[in-house]
Design a protein around this ligand. Sequence first.
Ligand code: AMP
Length: 592
Amino acid sequence: MDRPGIIRKTAADLRLPPNLADYEAQCRAFSWDRARAALQGLPGGGLNIAFEAVDRHAAGPLAGRTALRFVARDAPALELSYGELARQSHRFAQVLRGLGVGKGARLFVLAGRIPELYVAVLGALKQGAVVTPLFSAFGPEPIATRIRLGAGEVLVTTDALYTRKVRAMRAQMPTLRHVLLVAEDGGSTNEPDTLDLAALMAVAPDDAVAISTTADDAALLHFTSGTTGAPKGALHVHGAVVTHHATGRYALDLHPEDRYWCTADPGWVTGMSYGIIAPLLHGVSSLVDREEFDAERWYGLLEQERISVWYTAPTAIRMLMKAGVEAARRHSYPALRFVASVGEPLNPEAVWWGKEALGLPIHDNWWQTETGGIMIANTPAFDIKPGSMGRPLPGIEACIVEHLEAVGEPPRVRIVEQPDVEGELALHAGWPSMFRGYLDNEARYRKCFAGDLYLTGDLARRDADGYYWFVGRADDVIKSAGHLIGPFEVESALMEHAAVAEAGVIGKPDPVLGEMVKAFVSLKAGHTASEALRLDLLAHARKRLGAAVAPKEIAFLATLPRTRSGKIMRRLLKARELGLPEGDTSTLEAGA
Ligand code: AMP
């Protein structure tokens, strides 16, 4: 169907006056100092994410408002008010205090979307611990790797996840002092070398702990994947809360009476920043669905829970599209006023589908683990150009740069002033949620900057109206169902299999997942390719890595194409897989 290239907004599209009504004027007037002043701050000038998200509201008229509403298929809904969330997170902070876990200690959470996870994250932040979420669908390998790299001292998880994924690997996590278990059946646990969280919470006081963090103290450590090597830990500080607040205001357009639903799992950065922190900062009520994706269920929730602002992801939208527009139309969404999406390119059809199915276009926005918050967005008042990520938010100065040398250290770049030129997307440093380092890898951090420009690793272009268009990644990382997957981590797990000599992993375009993980392997002498071996390799990878990370397809090759210096040429594997031109193969090893 022929569609116009732009969706023009009129006053009739806006149910409420948008927080970002006059883009140019508000960008000009914006300052991060003023954005900071919209928060309360700790007495004495400190800053703490959880204090702003919960305690500040619990001490005022919002104490009784629902902060989080947990729903599940076979259990009654459970609601935590701001007051209750403050008390429970105080209690958790007291538990940590009792265990001698103080400021700067690294705490990991590994759980489904259970109330205890939210309480633990907020309580740990108040106690000054540095929180790292782990995705509950990770296998034992990615969990152990991250806890080891992050020198985790505390792990909060469930009894079932612990026995399935952690127990056997415990020796590989020597820094782990305390494992706090939540019994999935609601009872208690008595697993050796662990503590029962419910029992500790029951005897902990719910008096507030004295919070002593400043804007520059570490708060969150998010692991992200690169092309080579182990996952990188991106370190964020409590000052990031200013970005979380400002972007909740402008990009998600949160208003006090909103009922908000972020479908991202808190095991990933979006679920943490926009599933937990940003909505609480705005004092709104959030829905947390404990179940996995189900089109009919989701439409039902949007309707029955009277969701007004919905933040989801392209893969989920494409799955809804697959279920057909009729499924959406069996419900009505009178409360819904704004829908946004993040994490991967949102195809123009998906933007239009929103209009047909939900009565609202989908608003794409862009950010990444390192930026700590949404940087570029389509906000309610913007005309939408379907396929574009939108425009930089107030306080964010984006640009397109071209590299002056292929490899240089530090990188040297030139800002491309003219529109419609493809280059690397860069941001002028200085927004509060910018990551402050990669854990134990200062050199890698420095490589991300050219002077005061942060280089995102994404290729994009800016049009004459200042809208940004995503072109692709500058590296080989894979985005599958919105999750960033490092090919190296997958290749390493495959190489642990006795039959595998070498492995090369690529992202193969997939109509629903965006990209799916595909692996190519060559076998050691004495092993022959067979369907049974292929299935065995798939199962091996799934067991080690978990379903979210493991390859969905594996193909055998006699040898993998390598550069003369020995690096597997993933780009060539991908070009061959997709029947695309092979590009520059001058560094290809002879015979590959
Ligand atoms: P992560 O650090 O896991 O959040 O992944 C960040 C990466 O996801 C970005 O660098 C982009 O490559 C991709 N990404 C995020 N949002 C978008 C978007 N709206 N459009 C296209 N790619 C996106």
